[in-house]
Design a protein around this ligand. Structure first.
Ligand code: PA5
Length: 434
């Protein structure tokens, strides 16, 4: 449920009113929804179509996990950005079977050394995930992993799995030469939209997360996001609420789940929103809303001060889990806790913060889920991916590309003296000297 009543309150200084949302609704119904559907049908926006592919691939993913990884205790995700964050979200949200997942995204030598010392490599599989097959951080981590496996004389075919584009990239060549088991990322699927594909499903399956439920939840969200009106389509509603607030000067979008289990969801959202929408739009104007991830209640003791009394430039979304798997009684020697539980305290903190913000005329909304299970997680992730593409329509940007990120990657290659990037090296040096 998306509860947005508090963004519509008359006494919120620059709150939304029903006319603002009506106007966006009309834009979707008369034009933007048609454009959005055309984009989603286009293969480059494949996350909706990708759901069926993922569903068809489930049996082979499960068979692979059972036949090849049954004896493994550790799974290391080697990937960055969209090839990493979705895995982290699912891993931290669910306990699963107790097996461990580790992450190599950054290229920090000390971190890698420590990991190799901590884990038993005999019981470890490394999943190298890169859509392009050429991202320098991922390839560097791959080299470090491969070298250590070879030094220890561990068979590469048993300890490495590749997940990559079916056609291009270095990993394709290596896989053919060395016979490394390989999963494909459906060609057009962009990194940050790929969690519900082999990219996210392999590590989650290893951990015993219920993949069917996850995909069913995503399918349900896909069905709920078919209509062309904010009244019935929650994805459009979410995009409209965020962008209408942006247009009222709320250039910061804070996502604040009241659950440690959902903390990485904020990091995933941050990448999705920033990398998809922060661009020069079709009218040549720089646009984008800065996403911030926060954690309740922890950030009540830090960032919330700024949200309350700092500039009114934020739209804040709280995420509330209504039923926790476990609760803890607070009966004991603190009087006002008697008869209360920890889940009640968490709920009180969230609602108190939201109303305190309202008192300061600050805008917030609340997403509620009955419990944190795989179905709801699949729903939530799909909803946010869809809302991002819908927000792209409202802002007039292409949410799938990331030209700004590519530029940095090219200069990195130039600094590493890759011959194909000689021109960029000259450009780089000119810019440094200027
Ligand atoms: O969302 C994206 O496209 C990016 O964040 C990529 O996932 C990231 O740059 C890693 O790219 P690749 O999977 O090609 O290694």
């Amino acid at each position: 449920t998306i509860d947005y009543t508090l963004t519509m309150k008359e006494n919120v200084a620059t709150g939304l009113n029903s006319e603002v949302l009506e106007a966006i609704d009309l834009r979707f119904r008369t034009q933007l929804h048609r454009q959005l559907e055309a984009r989603l049908a286009d293969s480059t926006y494949a996350f909706r179509a990708g759901l069926s592919i993922a569903h068809d691939e489930l049996p082979s993913i499960k068979r692979f996990l059972q036949e090849n990884l049954g004896g493994m205790r550790n799974f290391v995700v080697v990937g960055i950005g969209g090839s990493n964050l979705g895995n982290l979200v699912l891993d931290r949200a669910f306990r699963g079977n107790g097996k461990s997942i580790y992450y190599l995204d950054n290229v920090e030598p000390d971190k890698i050394h420590r990991l190799f010392q901590e884990i038993n490599l005999q019981e470890t599989v490394f999943n190298i995930i890169t859509k392009s097959g050429s991202t320098s951080e991922t390839l560097a981590n791959y080299i470090a992993v491969r070298n250590v496996l070879e030094r220890k004389r561990l068979p590469l075919q048993k300890h490495l799995i590749f997940t990559t584009d079916p056609q291009k990239g270095y990993l394709q060549e290596i896989r053919q030469r060395d016979g490394i088991p390989t999963f494909h990322i459906p060609s057009p699927l962009g990194g940050r939209f790929s969690v519900l594909s082999t990219v996210g499903l392999l590590s989650s399956g290893f951990k015993g997360i219920d993949l069917e439920s996850l995909l069913q939840g995503a399918h349900a969200a896909a069905n709920d996001c078919l209509s062309d009106s904010l009244r019935t389509n929650k994805g459009l509603l979410l995009a409209a609420l965020y962008i209408a607030n942006y247009q009222k000067g709320r250039t910061i979008n804070v996502l604040m789940p009241y659950s440690d289990r959902l903390h990485p969801f904020g990091q995933w959202f941050r990448q999705l929103w920033a990398e998809s929408l922060g661009k020069i739009n079709r009218d040549g104007k720089p646009v984008g809303q800065t996403p911030v991830d926060a954690l309740g209640t922890v950030d009540q003791h830090s960032q919330v001060q700024l949200y309350m009394e700092g500039p009114d430039d934020k739209i804040i979304t709280f995420i509330e889990i209504l039923r926790h798997q476990n609760d803890i009684s607070l009966d004991g020697e603190i009087d006002y806790f008697n008869g209360q539980t920890m889940a009640k305290l968490l709920r009180a903190q969230l609602h108190a913060t939201q109303i305190a913000l309202l008192q300061k005329q600050r805008c917030s909304l609340r997403i509620e889920m009955d419990e944190l299970n795989e179905w709801n997680m699949g729903y939530l992730m799909y909803l946010y991916m869809y809302a991002t593409v819908a927000a792209g329509e409202l802002l007039g940007v292409n949410p799938i590309d990331q030209p700004g990120v590519e530029q940095g990657k090219e200069y990195t290659y130039a600094l590493l003296d890759r011959p194909e990037y000689h021109e960029q090296r000259i450009q780089y040096e000119k810019l440094c000297a200027s």
